[in-house]
Design a protein around this ligand. Sequence first.
Ligand code: UD1
Length: 419
Amino acid sequence: MGKEIHVHGGVSLQGRVRIQGSKNAALPILAAALLTKEENVLCNCPRITDVFRMLDLLRSIGCLVRWEEQGVCVDAGHVSLSRLPADAVMGMRSSLCLLGALLGRCGEAAMEHPGGCVIGERPIDLHLSALRRMGVDFWEEEGLLHARAARGLSGAELRLPIPSVGATENIILAAVCAQGDTRLQGCAREPEVEALCRYLVCCGARIDGIGTGELVIRGGKRLFGTSFRIPADRIVAGTYLFGTLAAGGCAMLEEAPCSQMEAVISLARDLGAVCQAAKEGLWVQAPRRLRHVPLVRTKEYPGFPTDLQSIAMTVLSGAPGTSRIEENIFEDRFRVVEPLSRMGADLRQLSARQVIVQGPRRLKGQRVEAVELRGGAALVVAGLMARGETVITGCPYIERGYENICKDLRELGARIYCV
Ligand code: UD1
């Protein structure tokens, strides 16, 4: 039998918890470590299964990897183009960053079609068309996607029609190794893209426009190994912020990246929370009663993150009045509607992109199954709100992104454990 999370709800939270390093920053930076032939030390790298999978992938092509207390060391001195383990590639969409990194390092790559959470159609057309314009040919053979830059990678003028995070990262990884400059317009501005750029700059790359929607990447600079600190995870911080609103009480979220959380903090304040950005992190106090919020819409950064949408839905089920949730990034990201409804939430899904929440409802504990990462975290938050015991199965999904969600929430006084 798989592990289960048991939560006894209705206990208000109080205390402090340190926020782990960011999954979505760590994964492309680990791939980027392939671009240097020296050792890289990535401090504050989260110990989560997606990172372990990425490290397995790096090992499979010859990298030396070891954990130390402060983080993980990756030495890509010798890389061979052996076959990437299919299950690690297919189990994690961000293995796709290896495409840009391997093209940069070796000029070619071959992999299965990358997987990840089952949220909507997640095509890779933007990655492929941008890399094609940089001189890469793609073909499929025996179920593998092959890529080769026979005449080397060349810089290009590119414009993304959608600011895709993954495509932006792949283009950056290829562009730092290309001949000539790449101008990338319409790129994603997520803090994780910025972290990747900052890491590459530490390695010796030249990138202008970091943090904006237009990057100019100077190709062909020699890259060196470096030591870099992975920033704190804004989605984990948001999870515990909404967890505190769900359960009531107050919490200090140590090292929470407040400046990256404006839209999240703004929703928490609309719900009645007192939030204070401090030097040590984010202090949050839940209101006695949640306030009505009519609309939550997900947007690219700096808008409200899609990764916190199902968690926001959970909290809104306990707030008064009618709320509409609009998911503008992915379709089919409402897989928590069914288990949350069974717990007593009043939810009506209007389309693949809209759900109506009628509150306030007092949830009651149930046995529910996590079927994807953030939806799983939303069920944990629902468990904090609910009367009685909630049992959550499908824990491996949650462990993809949270180092130890039970321990973290126990530090805030929640009655939660994993068996
Ligand atoms: C990343 C994050 C994920 C987050 C998402 C949106 C990582 C490891 N994952 O995912 O947690 O939810 O950003 O903030 O960092 N699209 C295409 N064609 C493509 C690529 C994307 O149509 O080739 C579409 C997608 O279907 C989606 C939208 O673009 O509708 C955004 O996707 P994207 O930003 O690429 O998300 P990921 O990088 O996969």
